[in-house]
Design a protein around this ligand. Sequence first.
Ligand code: C2O
Ligand code: CU
Length: 468
Amino acid sequence: MTEKKLTRRQALAVTGGTVSAGLAGCLDNFPGGDSSPETGPLPEPEYGDPDRTYRLTATESDVSVASDERHDGWTYDEEYPGPEIRAREGERVRVVIENDLPEETTIHWHGMVLDGDNAMDGVPGVTQEAIQPGEEFTYEFDTEPAGTHWYHSHVGLQLDRELLGPLIIEESDHHVEYDTEETLILDEHLPGEPRVETSSRNGRGMGGGFPDAPPAVGTLVNGQLPREPTHVDVEEGERIRLRLINAAAAATYRFGIEGHELLVTHTDGPAVEPVSVDTLEIGMEERYDVVVEAQSPGRWPIRIRPVRSSTPPGRAILDYEGSDGRITEGGIGRRMLQLTDLRSTDSQAASEGTPDRTVDLTLSGTMMSGDAWTINGQTYPDADPIYIAPGEHVRFRMVNRSPIRHPMHLHGHQFRVGDVLKDTVVVPGRMGQVTFDFVASNPGGWFFHCHHLYHLETGMARVIRYEQ
Ligand code: C2O
Ligand code: CU
C-alpha cells in the first residue's frame, strides 16, 4: 500500500469511517490524522481498505417532483435522484447497499469498467445473486475511467421507479478549464407503476405493437417538473461545466440553452477535443459534459425536449447572480452535435486496424413467442452467450431492422466508435448501422444490451463471455 493511500484511509477514520454524500464538500480536503481505528457498522473489508465508503438504502418512499405533486416511488435514501457518489480518479470506492424494498435488487455502476472486478457489476444471474429484501451487499470498485457516470438498479423495471443516482469521478487533469459545475439528470415523469405495454409507435407485432414503456407525463430535470425548475446559479464571466446524464428508461432528449453555446468536452466519461454547438441529442443512458461561458446576464431557459415523442418538455434555469427575476428570451441556434464531430483526446491505437474477431448483430423484434425484442433473433435469457477471447481486438457490427433507435450498452469495456470512446451508442432505426471496436482485456461475464429499459426487459440483451 502506498503512503498516499494510507493517509487517505486514516483521514476517513477521522471523519467517522463513512463519507456520506452530504460530506461531498470535504472531498478536497484530506486532513492528516492519527491511526485511530475505523468506527461504524461496516462489514469486514474484502479487498483491503477503500479510499471512500458510502452507504445506501434502497427503500419505498415518496417522490416529490413539485411542491404539490408527489407519488409513491422506490429510491436510494429517500432521495430522487439518489445521493451523489463522488470520488477521484485512481481511488477505490466501497458502497454498502441495504435492501429495504419488498423485492430483490442490485446496483450497476454505469460507466465503471471494473477491471478485474466482474463480480461488482450488479447484473443478477450473471455477476451476482440479487440482494434479497432485508439483506445487505458490499460493492467495491476502482474509479476507472474518470468522468460523469451514474448508478442504477439492474433488476427488472426498478430503474423506472427512481432507483438511480449520479456517480462522479473527478479527473486528475482537466483538458478544458472551468470554474463551477452542476450535474443535470434528465428523466421521465412516470407517476404510475412501470409495466411493459405494447404500442404501435414502435412498429407492429402480433398484438398490434412491440413492447414499450407506458407514456410519460412530463420531463424532469434533477427530479423537478418545469413549473418549479432547478436553478443553475452562475456569475457573469464564469465557465460552468454541466454534467448531463440521460437517466430516462425510454426517452431521447434534445438539449440546449437559450442565448448560450455548448462546448462539448466529454461523452460517457472520457474527454473529447472540445466542439462548440448549440444543441445535442442525448440517448438513454448517454452522458455529455459541456462547458458554458456565462457572458450574457439574465435568467435563461435550459430546454430539454423529448425527441419524437409527445411527452411535454422539461426545463431548468441558467440564473445569473443579480438577474432581475424575469426570464430572458433568446432562442437556440441550429448547430447540433453529430457523433462524427467528436474526437477522443486519447490515442485509440489498440482498437485500430483489422479486428481479430467480428460479431454481426441484428437488432429486431419478433412476433413468434409473444412480442419481444431480439438480437440475432434470440430473446434474452433464451439466448446464446457471445464468445470473445482475452487480448483480442473485437468488432461489433450492428444493424437495426426495427423502425426505432436502440441505445446499445456494453458492460466492462469502453469501445471506440468513430474517433471516440464510449460505453453506449445509439443505433438509428430503419436499417441504421453502427460498428464499434474494443479490446478484450477484462475477462468475465459482461452484459451487452439495449438501454431502453422495456426493450431490455423483453429480451434485447446478451452475455459476453471470455473463452478459456
Ligand atoms: Cu446502465 Cu446494463 O446498464
Ligand atoms: Cu432498444
